[in-house]
Design a protein around this ligand. Structure first.
Ligand SMILES: Nc1ncnc2c1ncn2[C@@H]1O[C@H](COP(=O)(O)OP(=O)(O)O)[C@@H](O)[C@H]1O
Ligand code: SF4
Ligand SMILES: [Mg+2]
Length: 314
């Protein structure tokens, strides 16, 4: 079966006034199939949201992209604004935003949001809007009794469900969720993650961007680890979270930093994306670094590291 989304060699550079370039995303490639959940994980500032914005055609004017990201025959990176607005956002790619409350207009009820989206994306006739709004709410487990509430009257979890209901209306085959569980307590994190998983089980492809490894472990089929704009490891979730664990030293460090594991933070800080070192960007923090690491490792067989096998054996 052909993938829902096929990303090849995607790079995003921001041109700054100073003449400097910020290498936010570099050489990212992956496929995503219907019914599959891929978790994209990595520390803050590594390029996850920029990648999501690129897929939605929402990058600012100073961004330059390279590579391809094809969904349903359309290259999202080459499409013009009209195509993106008419056929991509909401229709081919649904977004569950990071802060749902901020995406809802404060002076409008949830019903007003839902009905407007139904008219725009589903072409629902006026006479059918009331029933369709209830159905849309129920699909995302948003209580229909709260449809006439304003955003500020909703709890964090309810706002999340309202945003998810909106994201599902266009029946987009790809759902992007950018940090969908930020700011929720653990119980709500689990419920939100399970709900997103359910939409993948309904046949959508789900790209869940998160720095919450527990949420990724709960629902992901595969995990992509991003460091300094590159995917450094792409692995099945069972292997990644279980035995033998990840192969990349950074990915192993991320897991070891978890309180329920070793609780040992990775030393040092990620590099500035406007001032990346030559060679492997993780070298300054990596206890396996050698002379070979002065050359950027190629991403091959799901991994970008010169010394991965030694890492696993250690
Ligand atoms: N519009 C922009 N102009 C310049 N740099 C940007 C812009 N948007 C994001 N960046 C930079 O791109 C890098 C990646 O950011 P982001 O994708 O938001 O990280 P995260 O992984 O936390 O989502 C950061 O260094 C950020 O400063
Ligand atoms: S390439 Fe070298 S520096 Fe980079 S993660 Fe692998 S061992 Fe560490
Ligand atoms: Mg982000």
């Amino acid at each position: 079966m052909s993938p829902v989304l096929s990303v090849r060699d995607l790079s995003v550079r921001f041109r700054m006034r100073s003449g400097r370039h910020i290498a936010a995303v570099t050489g990212v490639s992956f496929d995503l199939a219907a019914g599959e959940c891929l978790a994209l994980v990595g520390e803050s500032g590594c390029g996850k949201s920029v990648l999501a914005s690129a897929l939605l055609g929402l990058l600012p004017g100073n961004a330059q992209t390279a590579g391809t990201a094809v969904i349903d025959g359309v290259d999202l990176l080459a499409a013009d604004e009209r195509t993106l607005a008419r056929t991509v956002r909401g229709r081919r790619v649904g977004l569950v935003p990071q802060s749902p409350a901020a995406h809802l207009t404060p002076v409008r009820t949830v019903r007003a949001h839902v009905e407007e989206t139904l008219r725009e994306l589903a072409g629902t006739p006026r006479a059918e809007l009331r029933d369709a709004a209830v159905a849309a709410a129920e699909r995302a487990a948003f209580p229909p009794g709260l449809l006439d509430h304003y955003p500020h009257e909703l709890s964090g979890g309810q706002a999340q469900r309202a945003a998810t209901a909106l994201a599902l209306i266009g029946d987009a085959p790809l759902l992007l969720a950018d940090e969908p569980t930020t700011g929720l307590d653990r119980d709500l994190v689990d419920r939100t993650a399970d709900e997103l998983r359910r939409h993948a089980d309904d046949g959508r492809a789900l790209l869940m961007i998160t720095h919450d490894l527990a949420a990724a472990e709960r629902i992901a089929d595969r995990v992509a680890v991003m460091y300094a704009g590159r995917i450094v490891e792409l692995a099945g979730a069972d292997r990644f979270f279980g035995d033998p664990g990840p192969r990349h030293p950074y990915a192993r460090g991320l897991l070891a930093a978890l309180p329920e594991r070793d609780f040992t933070p990775i030393p040092g800080m990620p590099p500035e994306l406007g001032d990346l070192p030559d060679g492997c960007a993780f070298a300054a923090r990596c206890d396996r670094a050698s002379d070979a690491c002065a050359v950027v490792p190629r991403f091959e067989g799901g991994l970008a590291c010169h010394h991965s096998e030694e890492t696993v054996r250690a």
